[in-house]
Design a protein around this ligand. Structure first.
Ligand SMILES: Cc1ncc(COP(=O)(O)O)c(C=O)c1O
Length: 441
């Protein structure tokens, strides 16, 4: 008997209730959807003021670093609270009532936002977990090489280093640009194409570099890899994996048209999802060459019980690490995707690029500032990296904090000062931050 049938037999299936009606009415407070007319339900496309009011962020500071870890907007925190209460009241029944379908619903909401099919999406706790899973799980043969870049985050570097240590595979790093401010698509593609050799089986890259603010031309890189793949046998096709976290929630793309095979992102940064959530999207080719690292608690459990065959379980489900999670967070994730769709993906992209361009124009007019992030929106996104002459990045961050402006220093060996103008900022705030930087000259 499938777990689904067994649980339905117990009366614990989805929608079933074993609670006495009067108690059900009382506990329903925990599951009431947001009332029409609540602040979240009223958000209109591109209503940035209303959006800002959904966040409990202190108004004591100008927040130019919210991308590090999201503050929860009202629809997300309300959903977390709803699930938390229900779990605290009756964890076993609440889980049994939802677990059979809720992951698929979450993946569907992710697909509604990012494109692709729900079945191709795995749920994770972070970008780092997603990267660790795909780079650990990819099937490689001895002699296969992973080609990565010198611009990747610690999470990619170390996932690959751990993989290489375990399996003896080799990892090679290349630079796709020397001067970030002057990066250009043709040069990136040329360097990538020149670096691939017969052993290269995986290309690992990062969409938007948190070190420099450069946004890589993923589509052009994918096209170059596709041309190389045309000359290769089926079992030698290169898999292109992208850490997409700093474009996800900004760029108006459909992941299936970006051109990569794996797209990994945390959903607790620009997306404003619950802290401790993330997704992996993979196309058929990529997933079919991967093994799960942590067993999933999905239909694969029924494969183990002997009730299903593996091909009856959607790939993303099979690849989602199992065990019990902080479900109140994971289950609230659809609210973040819905919020972005309400705002409008094109509007979000336009607004964030507008604020970032404004910031870069201001900084580039200051003689004591070196701007590292390209001015062009085609090659940058929501991060602006710069140096103030004669001041280490940490000192800039400290000075600005004392002035009520929260920014960050890039956590890389070459550390730069970094602004992340987001949907939670406006031009007046950017003006205040720029004025403060101008006094450092
Ligand atoms: C490019 C990049 N990838 C991955 C991460 C790690 O993200 P997460 O906290 O979701 O694991 C970061 C850090 O914030 C990052 O800048």
């Amino acid at each position: 008997m499938l777990r689904r049938q067994f649980l339905t037999g117990l009366g614990l299936g989805v929608g079933a209730s074993v609670i006495a009606p009067q108690l059900a009415a009382a506990s329903a407070t925990g599951t009431t959807p947001l009332a029409a007319g609540s602040p979240a339900a009223m958000i209109k496309p591109a209503d940035w003021v209303a959006l800002r009011n959904l966040f409990p962020l202190t108004k004591k500071y100008i927040q130019l670093s919210t991308f590090l870890l999201a503050s929860h907007p009202r629809p997300v925190s309300d959903a977390i609270e709803k699930h938390r209460r229900a779990f605290d009241e009756n964890p076993s029944d609440y889980w049994h009532q939802h677990f059979l379908t809720i992951d698929r619903d979450i993946c569907q909401s992710a697909a509604d936002y990012m494109g692709g099919k729900a079945e191709q999406i795995a749920l994770t706790d972070s970008t780092t977990m997603g990267l660790g899973l795909i780079y650990s799980g990819l099937q490689l043969e001895s002699g296969d090489e992973i080609l990565q870049t010198v611009h990747d985050h610690y999470s990619t570097d170390m996932s690959l280093a751990h993989r290489a240590k375990r399996s003896g595979g080799s990892v090679r790093r290349i630079a796709l640009y020397d001067n970030p401010a002057l990066v250009n698509t043709a040069d990136v593609v040329k360097r990538l194409t020149a670096a691939v050799n017969q052993q290269t089986k995986v290309v690992a890259a990062t969409w938007v570099h948190s070190s420099t603010g450069v946004k890589l031309p993923i589509r052009a890189m994918a096209d170059a890899i596709a041309s190389l793949n045309k000359k290769r046998k089926a079992n030698r096709q290169i898999i292109f994996c992208v850490d997409g976290v700093h474009g996800f929630g900004i760029e108006d793309i459909d992941v299936t048209t970006l051109g990569c095979d794996f797209f990994v992102a945390g959903t607790h940064k620009w997306i404003f999802g619950p802290r401790g959530t993330g997704v992996i999207w993979g196309n058929e080719r990529a997933w079919s060459q991967s093994e799960p690292v942590i067993p999933s608690f999905s239909g694969s459990y029924d494969v183990w019980l002997g009730n299903l065959t593996q091909d009856q379980v959607p790939m993303g489900e099979h690849m989602s690490p199992g065990g019990f999670h902080s479900f109140e967070h994971r289950w609230a994730l659809p609210e973040a995707f819905k919020l972005h769709l309400q705002l409008g993906k094109a509007n979000v992209q336009k607004r964030i690029h507008q604020l970032n361009t404004y910031t870069k124009q201001g900084l580039s007019a200051m003689p004591h500032v070196t701007l590292y992030t390209p001015l062009a929106s085609a090659l940058s996104s929501g991060l602006v990296c710069f140096d103030v002459q004669g001041m280490p990045a940490e000192a800039v961050v400290e000075h600005m904090h004392k002035k009520g402006i929260i920014m960050s220093a890039t956590p890389y060996r070459n550390s730069y000062a970094r602004f992340a103008p987001s949907l939670l900022n406006n031009e007046q705030e950017i003006d205040v931050a720029l004025k403060e930087i101008s006094t450092l000259g």
